[in-house]
Design a protein around this ligand. Structure first.
Ligand code: SAM
Length: 276
């Protein structure tokens, strides 16, 4: 009989999030496929589990994936673990599951830590309908096209982002969705420096211009709402936002145009004050 592939989540920071079922599965399987064997060895050592490990990461998914499938077909069982969180969510596990599905192999998912679900739950934004967008592309044009395709999206949107790209991403987002759009920045979830910043895109840009982003982030953004908020900014505050968007990479003219549309203040006046 063919073996089973188990998707075993690992903590996204706090080792207390390891469940008894995760431990049982890791103990029971014949071998473990890990995204980074050094990372997984730390957890396995912590749990005092000794199992044969194979590596399965983004650049060997084809060769390693087919070897794992062969072993499953031959009757061995395997636990797939990735660096953190639920395998197959924004990590290479997705390809292995697809390969197993092609071969009609049984895949059993163990529920556990997942950054996007934890972030959505604490965001304070509507959770009834949401869309997970993963990471935006590195390439500027593709990133902007991706965001552009979400204009008018009414569901709550969830993104993963690396700290070194955060500021420019927030700038692009403010440019696309408007600086008054609500965002919850969920940083270092389950870790010592966990922080949930519930704010607007404009304020987030201004904040991270002054404060270097550190750690891991999930960005949860409110979908488009039908209600148009009355402008609450003064002219000087709106010009400040124009400057913040500009410093995050938005051309000054575009930033002034956007704030003019949002606040009703004249574009020329905003531009004049922002460049001063
Ligand atoms: N499979 C994982 C999951 O279930 O969430 C996601 C893997 S993805 C390669 C890594 C990204 O998840 C990070 O860049 C960050 O955006 C997010 N992430 C992971 N752990 C996090 C944490 N403790 N706090 C905030 N975001 C986290």
């Amino acid at each position: 009989m063919p073996g089973i592939l188990y998707l075993v989540p690992t903590p996204i920071g706090n080792l207390g999030d390891i469940s008894t079922r995760m431990i049982d599965i890791l103990n029971e399987v014949d071998f473990i496929a890990a995204e980074d064997t050094r990372v997984s060895l730390k957890i396995l050592n912590h749990l005092d589990i000794k199992k044969p490990l194979v590596s399965y990461y983004r650049h060997n998914t084809e060769t390693s994936g087919s070897q794992i499938v062969q072993r499953l077909l031959a009757g061995e069982s395997c636990a797939l673990v990735t660096d953190a969180g639920t395998p197959a969510i924004s990590d290479p596990g997705e390809d292995l599951v697809a390969l197993c599905a092609e071969q009609n192999l049984t895949v059993v998912g163990i529920p556990g830590p997942c950054a996007l679900v934890t972030a959505l739950a604490v965001s304070g934004l509507p959770t009834g309908r949401f869309t997970f967008e993963g990471f935006l592309a590195m390439n500027k044009k593709n990133r902007r096209e991706h965001l552009e395709s979400l204009k008018g999206e009414q569901r709550t949107m969830i993104f993963y982002e690396a700290p070194h790209k955060l500021l420019s991403t927030l700038g692009d987002m403010a440019n696309t969705f408007g600086s008054s759009r609500r965002i919850s920045l969920c940083r270092e979830l389950t870790k010592l420096h966990e922080e949930i910043r519930r704010t607007t895109l404009g304020e987030a840009v201004a904040y991270y211009q002054e404060n270097n982003p550190k750690g891991e982030f999930v960005l949860v953004i409110e979908g488009e709402t039908a209600v148009i908020e009355p402008p609450t900014l003064t002219l000087e505050e709106a010009a400040e936002r124009v400057r913040a968007l500009y410093e995050a990479g938005t051309p000054m003219k575009e930033a002034a145009k956007q704030l003019a549309a949002e606040t009703g203040f004249p574009k020329k006046e905003l531009y004049r004050l922002a460049v001063r």
